[in-house]
Structure formats: C-alpha cells, structure tokens
Design a protein. Structure first.
Length: 211
C-alpha cells in the first residue's frame, strides 16, 4: 500500500500488503508491493514499479507503527508510539521487503503477531507528501522516500487523516529507536532533494521519449 504523511501530518490510505511470520517477534513484510489489485493500480490509481525511488539501501531501518497512529477502532491517537523496527531487506519481483522486529512489550505488537499467524496481518508504507512524485496521467510512483512502515491486524475501512502530531511523532520514533533520520527528511537537504527529484523526472521523460 502507498500512504502519504503530508507536511501538516495528514495520512492518506489506499490499500494493504502482506506480512508473514519469520520468527519469534519477527515478520517478513512486503511493505511496498509493485502494481496493485485494481487493474495493476491501488485505490488511488497509483502504483509502484522497480524504478520507483524509495531512498533505501539494504540494512536501512524505519520505525513501525500500528494502524498509522490510530487505535483498533480507527480513533486517532495523540501520541502514537512505534511498535517495532523495520530493516530493509531488498527488492524482489513482487516489491520491496522488510524484516520487522516487534516490541514484545507492546499490546499492539502482540495483536500483530497473532494476526500474522492467522495470515491476516497487513502492511503499509508511508512517505512525506512534499517529497512524493507521481506521473499524473499514469499513476506511476517515481519518488517515494519511505519514512515509516505500518502494520495492522485487520483491514480497516476509510478513515479521516491522522492528527497534526504525525510528522512530529515520526521524528520522535526515530529518536526512540536510535535510528538516524535520513538526510532526505531534513530541511537542510531540501535543495539537494529537489535536484534529485528533477533528475529522476528528467530520466523518466527521456525514457518515455525513446520508447
């Protein structure tokens, strides 16, 4: 699933990918799947490909949340806490995979493990919206620096955007888990990030022109 956390902390939801038990308090998670269930796209008409830039390298870590900071009844939590850490494993034919290590002291983590054993755990990857780039006429996602991974034990219905603490709590989660905040998410890197986005878009235009 694709999820965007915007500069005011809003979260947009579209669909969910899968999580499988890998060991005690560990899951193998397809956090960013290629394509989608609706004619190859997600509910927003967007889709990831192998060319989508997530700004990840093998071994990178990201915080894991339950239900994008909502409780099981889809109520917004004022101070959502991370329930674990996701380590990037790499890309496979079906998308980008992560090894998730859950916090066994978290009730939400226990619910996720129970759901994974039943085969009903789902995952969702999030980015910050001002960094997001999508080809409007096709829905192809070009640039999606992954900021967080969410897990849930049931497939939720539609929800309102998350509260304004979303981005603040995301930064707090990195600190709590002793994960270094990627440069792409800092204000100091804004100019460099824009230059990188421009380069990626130019490469896409050149590729389309040649084909």
């Amino acid at each position: 699933m694709a999820t965007t956390i915007d500069d005011e902390g809003s979260v947009i939801h579209s669909g969910w990918s899968t999580a499988k038990v890998a060991g005690e308090w560990e899951l193998d998670v397809l956090g960013v799947p290629f394509g989608g269930p609706i004619k190859g796209k997600d509910a927003h008409g967007e889709f990831f490909t192998a060319k989508s830039a997530l700004m990840l390298k093998v071994g990178d870590q990201r915080p894991v949340f339950y239900n994008h900071g909502h409780d099981p009844a889809n109520r917004k939590e004022d101070f959502p806490s991370p329930i674990g850490t996701a380590e990037y494993v790499g890309v496979r034919p079906d998308g980008h995979w992560f090894r998730v290590r859950l916090d066994r002291a978290s009730d939400y983590a226990k619910a996720i493990m129970d759901a994974a054993r039943k085969g009903i755990a789902r995952a969702s990857g999030g980015t910050i919206s001002y960094l997001r780039r999508v080809v409007e006429w096709t829905g192809e996602i070009l640039f999606w620096p992954l900021a967080e991974l969410t897990l849930i034990d049931t497939v939720p219905g539609k929800r309102e955007p998350a509260n304004d603490y979303a981005v603040v709590q995301l930064r707090s989660a990195y600190k709590t888990l002793s994960i270094e905040i990627p440069d792409v998410f800092t204000a100091d890197a804004a100019d460099a990030t824009e230059a990188l986005i421009d380069r990626i878009l130019e490469e896409v235009r050149d590729d389309r022109a040649q084909n």
